[in-house]
Design a binder for this molecule. Structure first.
Ligand code: G6P
Length: 608
């Protein structure tokens, strides 16, 4: 979603800002722009479409200056065109603003400002901020920003420059991530660490209600009463190689192929083989506290919600604690039954999804303990949760989540082992699970080594207009995730269903044009699933089966079969997801889609 980069220092700002924007491309956007202090005033260049278009404009008409801010916009208020692109500039042309988030009282403020003679040029809520800051400006930019933000309702991450109080960036945060990057005699502001990783690994994360005032001589963090706040400097341990494609055609493919390694990283140091349990240092809960919860609620969005469904199944089966899974966007506005005896697990790759964060805060308000299963270290959910499990999957750049999903499932299994062993799970079962976990990375590698088979399958099905994905038990969420992957990046309509539920509706869709992917490994519900396959075949559907062994029941019943290694039921979702990720990827590539930045989607959805 929208991205912010800012620079103050001795170097020419434009190339650094454009480079930063490119690092944020993966988040999803539809227009981009920069505002540079060029010595005479604020010069703004912006364009709809890809950053390459902005870059071409800047190459044709270079803008010189060593202080600037830049933005990639993902449209909320008004279409993605040049006028609505950020930065937005005040009426007198002295102040430029970039903004992530939504100003909820924009209409009221706009009316007030129009009444005072301000002219609005765009459809955006952000333009209100530019005029409001001008209205409050009295020579000092941070005072004007504080004054303006006091009148604003909604969410924001903003960066502001002024040609009157020049060589300074003022950045503020409420609900939309922002950080200050500390270089050598130079400073950055960014909404995501990837934007500045090439220049520094030292960052200060802003919390809600905080503002950074950054100039060539240093930075200060203050609250909205202008009181100085002491902040910790964090060191980022991701390196540049991890946010580059490294020879792969797309980030998504690189990330799919990284899974043997990323799963090792999720498990590293956490498995206690002899005791058949897991060690999780970040839970911040004693064993007694962990045993005292009556129920668990898991909340998440998108792919993370699918991993939550697998987690529900695991936790209930192995620990017998009741688990409920809820879309974060629904949970936050219901009146959920959550109290101090509830453990609320929040799953988020980015740690910044607005609905997930709001759901976590709601659970906290109701007295629940919160645990974050998060990838991005230092993200808001990671910082605000009472404890958590980092999945350590490394930066995920492809918009369609792949390696984060499989690592989330493993993190949930680690948690299940820990809680299960405190309850009734036997040491022998615990050990069996851990043995299977150790085999997993190698088994994924075996699947990846056969990616050409999936590519051939993609060739066969690339023209389909619809797809059904069916699975049961642990593999029903895999069906949902397989369908989501396909629709996200290939734009083919795809639905996931519990296989037996097919009879209650989707069966009406089946004819010789309908490919149906069955996730049918040899597990406890295989026989049931074999009957569902027969039902599809009887209606001439084209069956692609993900299986794990030669099954007599399937002889002559499937059109294509991809066999994955055998494992325990609990781990099948991880293995079965990999061919489905590859299938979606290859179909999307063959249809000419922009795999890493699919239309309309954002990597991290920081608005409601
Ligand atoms: C967006 C992304 C999805 C992701 C979802 C939740 O929709 O495109 O890939 O699953 O957000 O994101 P989170 O970072 O909270 O896991």
């Amino acid at each position: 979603m929208c991205g912010i980069v800012g620079y103050v220092g001795p170097r020419v700002a434009t190339p650094l800002l454009v480079e930063g924007l490119k690092r944020l491309e993966y988040r999803g956007y539809d227009s981009a722009g920069v505002a540079i202090m060029n010595g005479a005033g604020v010069e703004t260049v912006k364009e709809a479409g890809k950053i390459s278009r902005l870059e071409a404009m800047l190459a044709a008409n270079p803008v010189h200056g060593t202080t600037g801010i830049a933005h990639t916009r993902w449209a909320t208020h008004g279409p993605p065109n040049q006028v609505n692109a950020h930065p937005h500039v005040s009426d007198d042309g002295t102040i430029a603003v970039v903004h992530n988030g939504i100003i909820e009282n924009a209409t009221v403020l706009k009316k007030m400002l129009e009444g005072r003679g301000y002219t609005f040029r765009s459809d955006t809520d952000t333009e209100v901020l530019a005029h409001l800051i001008e209205e409050c400006f009295d020579g000092n930019l941070e005072d004007a920003v504080i004054e303006a933000l006091r009148q604003v309702e909604g969410t924001y991450g903003i960066a502001v420059v002024s040609s009157v109080d020049a060589h300074k960036i003022v950045a503020a945060r409420k609900g939309s991530p922002l950080l200050v990057g500390l270089g050598d005699d130079e400073y950055f502001v960014a909404s995501d660490v990837s934007a500045i990783l090439a220049h520094t690994r030292k960052v200060v994360y802003l919390d809600d209600g905080e503002m950074a005032v950054v100039d060539r001589n240093g930075y200060r963090i203050v609250d909205l009463n202008a009181m100085e706040v002491q902040k910790k400097v964090s060191r980022i341990d991701w390196d540049l190689g991890q946010i580059e494609r490294g020879g792969f055609a797309h980030f998504m493919l690189k990330e799919i192929f990284e899974q043997p390694q990323t799963l090792e990283n999720t498990m590293r140091g956490r498995l206690l083989d002899d005791d058949g349990t897991a060690k999780l240092g970040g839970l911040n809960l004693t064993d007694d506290e962990l045993l005292a919860f009556d129920n668990i609620v898991i909340t998440a969005c998108g792919t993370s919600w699918h991993s939550a469904l697998i987690g529900e199944h695991m936790i209930e089966e192995l620990t017998r604690v009741p688990v409920e899974v809820e879309y974060a966007s629904e949970f936050r506005y219901r009146n959920p039954i959550v109290n101090e005896r509830t453990l609320c697990i929040v799953i988020s790759q980015s740690g910044e999804t607005a609905d997930t964060l709001a759901a976590m805060r709601e659970a906290k308000r109701r007295g629940a303990r919160t645990l974050g299963i998060v990838n991005v270290v230092g993200s808001t959910i990671a910082r605000e949760a009472d404890g958590g499990i980092y999945i350590h999957a490394g930066p995920e750049i492809g918009v369609a989540s792949t390696k984060a999903f499989t690592s989330q499932v493993i993190a949930l299994l680690l948690f299940t082992l820990k809680l299960g062993r405190l309850r009734d799970l036997s040491i022998l079962t615990g050990r069996e699970i851990i043995e299977a976990m150790h085999r997993l990375p190698g088994q994924i590698q075996q699947i990846l080594d056969r990616s050409a088979e999936i590519e051939a399958l993609a060739e066969e099905f690339k023209r389909a207009s619809n797809f059904l994905y069916l699975g049961r038990g642990y593999n029903f969420p895999v069906a949902l995730e397989g369908a989501l992957k396909l629709k996200e990046i290939s734009y083919i309509h795809a639905e996931g269903y519990p296989a037996a539920e097919m009879k209650h509706g989707p069966i009406a869709l089946i004819d010789e044009m309908m490919p149906v992917v069955f996730i049918a490994p040899h597990d406890s519900v295989f026989d049931k699933l074999a009957s569902n396959i027969q039902e599809v075949k009887a209606r001439k559907g084209r069956v692609i089966a993900i299986t794990s062994r030669d099954e007599e029941a399937l002889a002559g019943k499937v059109d294509y079969e991809f066999r994955i290694p055998e494992t325990i039921d609990l781990l099948m979702p991880v293995l079965a997801s990999v061919p489905l990720q590859l299938l979606a990827y290859y179909i999307a590539v063959k249809r000419g889609s922009n795999v890493d930045q699919p239309r309309n989607l954002a990597k991290s959805v920081t608005v409601e």
